[in-house]
Write a protein that binds this ligand. Structure first.
Ligand SMILES: [Zn+2]
Length: 342
């Protein structure tokens, strides 16, 4: 069955309709005016098969024939097509499938980062050996001590009293055996408190001096104990590190992403998510109420902290106050918890 095609002489753009047929390895051309042409297939170069683009047949006399891609043309020239052309065609035909798989990989990655990483971080944090928590925390303290920490100037008697009350507050709580209070003078980070994954809780002289009384300091320490109970430090660090690791795997650079480097760095530079803060607040309010203390102390301390916050602190090295400043919602939640207990 002849095939309709278009013939060009190779010099002008004039097109002539032509019918193609193939007999015994010879291509036959029949023009409308009755003239004929015949060329052995081996003398003809055919363009690679690329999707549904027309096939171009280059004849030895310089003319060319454009024919729609069809199974017949494919069959005639089957022996002359190269493997590479075949692969290019295969790729072309699968472009839609490839785009779909790329989109699927993207969606799966985003879903993994959004849902999978926090879940993995929580599971991994729960199984994290205490030695790893200690090691990461020691590195953070070493970094902080070089820059920020000096011996406290709070009178020793008040420090001992705070330590005693803090121990009594958390006695019998989950993971409370690890909790240790350190009071330090650290002018660079203002009134501040934070928990490290190994259970060390730091509070600065400035925070103690800002508080009206020790109840307010203890309310903040209860919040920090909440971070420890829920393993927020390690979970947050693992989440951030996992994102680095996933990005490293995706984009081919895992060199700078070893967990040993990224966990202390993350602990030092990023604050906790709002979800973690809410969880630690909730724990603190419950703990205070169980010990017969009012979460009102937390609200008044938060108010004092927000009024006192120095301008430069937003870029400070400690995430606790820099990225999650005391917010009206947190103050309101503390007051609701206090009101609910009456
Ligand atoms: Zn916090």
């Amino acid at each position: 069955m002849p095939l309709h095609a278009t013939w060009y002489d190779g010099e002008s753009s004039r097109a002539r309709a032509v019918q193609l047929a193939c007999v015994d390895g010879v291509l036959l051309l029949a023009f409308e005016d009755g003239s004929h042409g015949r060329w052995p297939l081996q003398t003809i170069t055919i363009s690679p098969r690329l999707g549904s683009t027309p096939r171009i047949l280059r004849l030895p006399d310089g003319a060319r024939v454009e024919a729609a891609d069809s199974p017949e043309v494919e069959r005639w020239f089957k022996r002359t097509g190269s493997r590479i052309e075949g692969f290019a065609d295969w790729l072309e035909r699968r472009r839609a499938a490839m785009l779909a798989s790329a989109a699927l990989v993207l969606v799966a990655t985003v879903a993994f980062l959004h849902f999978g990483v926090p879940w993995l971080a929580r599971e991994a944090a729960q199984r994290m050996p205490a030695a790893v928590e200690r090691h990461a925390s020691e590195q953070v303290v070493a970094m902080l001590e070089r820059v920020h920490f000096h011996p406290s100037r709070i009178p020793a008697a008040r420090r001992a009293e705070l330590d005693r009350r803090f121990r009594a507050l958390v006695a019998g709580e989950p993971r409370s055996a690890d909790l240790r209070l350190s009071i330090v003078r650290a002018p660079g980070i203002g009134p501040n408190a934070f928990a490290l994954p190994d259970g060390r809780i730091f509070v600065t002289d400035a925070l103690i001096e800002l508080a009206n009384n020790d109840d307010e300091v203890l309310a903040v320490l209860a919040h920090e104990a909440g971070h420890h109970v829920h393993r927020h430090g390690m979970r947050g660090a693992l989440e951030s590190s996992s994102i680095f690791l996933v990005a490293g795997v995706l984009f081919g650079d895992v060199s700078g992403s070893s967990l040993a480097v990224s966990i202390p760095a993350t602990l030092l530079t990023s604050g906790f998510s709002r979800g973690y803060e809410r969880e630690a607040d909730g724990y603190a309010f419950g703990l205070l109420l169980r010990r017969g203390q009012s979460p009102k102390a937390f609200a008044s301390m938060m108010r004092r902290l927000s009024a006192d916050m120095p301008d430069g602190l937003e870029e400070g090295p400690i995430g606790y106050l820099s990225t999650h400043p005391p917010s009206p919602e947190r103050i309101a939640a503390a007051e609701r918890a206090a009101a609910g207990s009456r």
